[in-house]
Write a protein of this length. Sequence first.
Length: 254
Amino acid sequence: MLFCAARAFRALMKGGTLSKPPQFLRRVRKSLLALKSALLPSPAVAPAAGPAAKAQTPVFREISREDMLNLPVRRYEGEVVLVAAPGDLARARKDLLSERVVGFDTETRPAFKKGESYPPCLVQLGTAHAVYLFQLRERSVFPLIAEVMASPHIVKAGVSVADDLRGLKTVFPFVEQNVIDLGNAARRCGMKQTGVRNLACMLLGFRITKGNKTSNWAAHTLTPAQINYAATDAWACRELYLSFENRGLLAAQG
């Protein structure tokens, strides 16, 4: 409908009824064309055909800071398990290995000096039931993380996963399978902003905060704010993958 309005406006200008359009009409035309440009091409966003297809809201190529700030803030509100005791590990194993899609992220101690870097301190894996946080000073968690990462039956969905995988392999060895980088998926669909926070705004309709990104992830005891931040990222990655999938954006990549 917006595209039709833009075409009608151009036709009106060519017809000579308004030889010099008023300023407000020029602004309207500019806004309509900008919105047309912002929307993804229809083949990329169209849901699968058939009676089971669900209507989807439009997907935008980019979102302005102003529009982002108008969205509500959401945080993960489900169960978070900080895996420490053997019982936690057994529960995490049962849940993770029965999942189809897992949200994946890591956190690393921040470096403030040139040339300084650190390995990851924390791995977050989110399922439909809980988010599991693995502090990597506990070597007992390595085999389970490696098993999840290597499973061809479990999708591991994250953003900038190449960096996460590279860092994690400096802590313990594993061979990953079925890992999906949602940023790459977004770029192949023509989206211009591909960070997890931008994608959450454009696909999920809410903001997630950056507040604890540079906090001390190597601390022996994580704060409640750190725990919620870490869990929210893994949860959001899983939700984003499901949104991509439901919209047909993954299939559209070929």
